[in-house]
Design a protein around this ligand. Structure first.
Ligand code: VLZ
Length: 134
């Protein structure tokens, strides 16, 4: 039985989001706003189908995918670079590889106790976020 990520999650810590955004080429002014945000994630998991809605007072981002099925991701409102994304399970971790112009791009979600963890990777930068249930 896979882990159940369903729920509404509020950001409680955000380590090196600045470095991650810089690696993505996000401009200075946008980074200054974005690093202050406390985004919320609403995750819906139904078998192999997922949707992850990341919302904030500044911008929202929605991702829908099926485990094991590569899709084109537009990263609209983030860096707007298209990539090919593939999400798979690695034990209880959800791993996304985002293949495109940026090397080593992707993310990993997992649960630890009652917390949702997210590692965001781009080039040589790693951002670590922790969320608690709303
Ligand atoms: O999350 O890839 O949960 O997409 C931040 C919105 C969204 C705030 C970050 C505006 C999305 C930022 C991170 C402006 C530059 C992400 C995935 C894993 C799902």
């Amino acid at each position: 039985m896979p882990v159940d990520f369903n729920g509404t999650w509020n950001l409680v810590s955000n380590d090196n989001f600045e470095g991650y955004m810089t690696a993505l080429g996000i401009d200075f002014a946008t980074r200054k706003i974005a690093k202050m945000l406390k985004p919320q994630k609403v995750i819906k998991q139904d078998g192999d189908l997922f949707s992850i809605h990341t919302t904030s007072t500044f911008r929202d981002y929605t991702l829908q995918f099926k485990i094991g099925e590569e899709f084109e991701e537009d990263n609209k409102g983030l860096d707007n670079r298209k990539c090919k994304s593939l999400v798979t399970w690695d034990d209880d971790k959800l791993i996304c590889v985002q293949t495109g112009e940026k090397k080593n791009r992707g993310w990993t979600h997992w649960l630890e106790g009652d917390d949702l963890h997210l590692e965001l990777r781009c080039e040589n930068q790693v951002c670590k976020q922790v969320f608690k249930r709303a």
